[in-house]
Design a protein around this ligand. Sequence first.
Ligand SMILES: NC(=O)c1ccc[n+]([C@@H]2O[C@H](COP(=O)([O-])OP(=O)(O)OC[C@H]3O[C@@H](n4cnc5c(N)ncnc54)[C@H](OP(=O)(O)O)[C@@H]3O)[C@@H](O)[C@H]2O)c1
Length: 346
Amino acid sequence: METDDRTVRLTIVGFGHVGGGVAEVVMRKHHAIKERYGLDLRIVGIADIKGVVTNERGLSESEITKFRLGDESVMAEGISTRDMIKELDHELMVEATPTNVIDGEPGLTHIITALESDRHVVTSNKGPLALQYRRLMELAGRRGKMLRFEATVGGAMPLISLIRNNLAGNGIISIKGILNGTCNYILTRMAEENLPYEHVLREAQEIGIAESDPTKDVEGIDTAVKLVILANTVFDMDATYRDVKVRGITDITPDALKLAHDAGYTIKLIGEVDTTGRLEVAPRLVPIRDPLDVSGTLNVATIKTDLAGDITVIGKGAGPIEAASAILSDIIGIYDTGQSQTKHLQ
Ligand SMILES: NC(=O)c1ccc[n+]([C@@H]2O[C@H](COP(=O)([O-])OP(=O)(O)OC[C@H]3O[C@@H](n4cnc5c(N)ncnc54)[C@H](OP(=O)(O)O)[C@@H]3O)[C@@H](O)[C@H]2O)c1
């Protein structure tokens, strides 16, 4: 099918919370993005475990809803996810399958297939980047394609693009912060209510803030993975999450939080990376009212720079629309040459 230069045909691989959020914001913002950036974003294919749906002119809202509901009438017959990535004409793949830090799959294969098929890739999937960052960036470079991943660290919080764009020219000395909302929620509630860890964890699971298996969050693995992505992107390391010294929050007691409070501190799970190659996740004392003292599920990061001093960013680290915000910004960033007017999107 013929498209004009500014039509960007997207596929979404992995259609859960984040993939669904991307479809929602791309449709909701379609006109505003066209008007402001001249980009006509069309979702031409979606794949997940249920199957594949495609429409080379752009999927309608009704096709997407039917796919979400598992309606067989819209499923493409005999086409695998891999076939869709390789053979369906499109410019950019959004990868949003579950994070796997053992071997990076299935996301790793999806990303490699897309880059080898000359698609740009935007992903929220931390596994492939935490395990094979350099290989993927080299592949993207060889194919002249972009691989962007703002949503992998801090959800909606603009951290990677802030450093890349707005802090260009600065030397980055260190980044430290709270990169896991579940741990921050648990520590905040324990401190506020003087409640034990197990009680608050159960409460967090009941309201959907913690997963039924919370190991990755509470043992600091999720924070470590995000730290590795920052280390590789910002400090040009070639680290994997196995290089991070990690301690989680499972042994923090209400007494420890009370002692800290009496001395003017609180305890937060802090991830830290710096120019010396230090990669560490551990519970740390943070002065009350310090910029890193944010509560609930919020994420925060302080970037120490040589020219701009300390810059602190606070934001929502998770949520489908929040992650979709970062993905949309990466998509637009790939195509926008910076000449669009400074109008706000509605
Ligand atoms: N949720 C957030 O707030 C957030 C924020 C930032 C980053 N992330 C990252 O974004 C990714 C997606 O998160 P999510 O919350 O959207 O997860 P999710 O709701 O579990 O969605 C994952 C989707 O991927 C599908 N999938 C699994 N294996 C697949 C395969 N082999 N081929 C195609 N599709 C496959 C799943 O299908 P089934 O449902 O049928 O298994 C599901 O639709 C994860 O890597 C996560 O770490 C999430």
